[in-house]
Design a protein around this ligand. Structure first.
Ligand code: R5P
Length: 305
């Protein structure tokens, strides 16, 4: 029989952001449980919460980011939610990097709105509440359900840049969709904002960038603010455009630095001096990080009141 432990909160780490899960557990004054994970030769994961660590009737907080291997990490978070739900009704999923959030609309006829499916799966597995960090869009958050909270790493990122010596800095949003996020960065840093106009061919993926404020970045240090870097394609395009406009040094502030497919090299070659991101992705060499555990703990505390 499993030993029952009563505690304020039981934070269960699925392994993808273990260090962040530990900070969250410490901040909540709770207990950290690291799920035991075995991977079979065919790729299946088998998870286990060891006997004596299972919380009953308390609060369970599952922590897992959905970066590559995305589907594996997704399945693991669903399994952990489901297992925790057997012991308590109070299950919250903290998914710092919410993968699939860009799939929030039917851009081409027949496309699946994957975020809608994920919202259903997470709720059905047993998590009534969700906390995410800088989710790609408000629509994605809505699809997660009523009790989903988004917190932002942007003020922490802005604080990091405010501590650097920069030449007449300006925050750059690489597209209109990110203008609110970059605006938040600019106001926290006390600098101006330029929103680039990016268009993407949905079939070929080809990207084109323009701005109505030609010449405004000349001789200035620029900070491109984005929610995420995956392959680095968007940042490379923006950096090349800004160089062409005779900007000075180029920096990137992004929440989720997935940096797949040699992204860091491509970004460096495009002239970016430094990337600063949040600790929503584990062990990402090539990016300095800021800690977002305080924001997550704040949201978890607010959800309980
Ligand atoms: C786009 O709307 C997003 O905010 C990111 O800019 C983009 O998805 C990053 O992907 P990648 O690094 O592959 O260009």
């Amino acid at each position: 029989m499993a030993k029952e432990i009563t505690t304020t909160a039981c934070v269960i780490s699925g392994g993808s952001v273990d260090a962040l899960a530990k900070r969250i557990a410490d901040g909540l004054g709770g207990m950290l449980i690291r799920a035991e994970v075995r991977v079979f030769a065919d790729g299946e994961s088998k998870l286990r919460l060891r006997e004596g660590e299972i919380v009953k009737g308390g609060r369970a907080v599952i922590v897992q980011s959905l970066y590559p291997p995305v589907d594996t990490n997704l399945l693991r978070v669903l399994c952990l939610i489901s297992k925790a739900r057997e012991y308590t009704q109070d299950v919250t999923a903290v998914i710092p990097y919410m993968g699939y959030a860009r799939q929030d609309s039917e851009f081409l006829p027949g496309e699946i709105i994957t975020m809608k499916v994920l919202g259903k799966l997470i709720r059905e597995a047993g998590a009534a509440k969700v906390v995410v960090v800088d989710i790609h869009s408000a629509k994605g958050l809505e699809l997660l359900g009523a009790e989903a909270t988004n917190v932002s790493a942007v003020p922490a990122l802005a604080r990091r840049f405010a501590g650097m010596r920069l030449e007449n800095p300006v925050a750059i949003s690489p597209d209109k969709g990110g203008s609110e996020r970059a605006g938040l960065f600019a106001s926290n840093m006390g600098c101006s904002l330029i929103v680039l106009e990016k268009s993407r061919d949905r079939r070929t993926g080809a990207v084109n960038i323009t701005t109505k404020e030609a010449g405004a970045v000349r001789g200035r240090d620029v900070i491109i603010v984005d929610d995420m870097i995956s392959t680095g394609g968007s940042i490379v395009k923006a950096a090349e455009f800004l160089k062409g406009q005779n900007s000075n040094r180029i920096f990137v502030a992004c929440t989720h630095a997935l940096l797949v497919d040699g992204a860091e090299d491509k970004i460096t070659k495009a002239g970016v001096e430094k990337i600063v991101s949040a600790n929503t992705i584990q062990d990402r060499a090539g990016s300095e990080t800021v800690d977002v555990s305080g924001e997550i703990i704040g949201a978890l505390n607010r959800q309980q009141t």
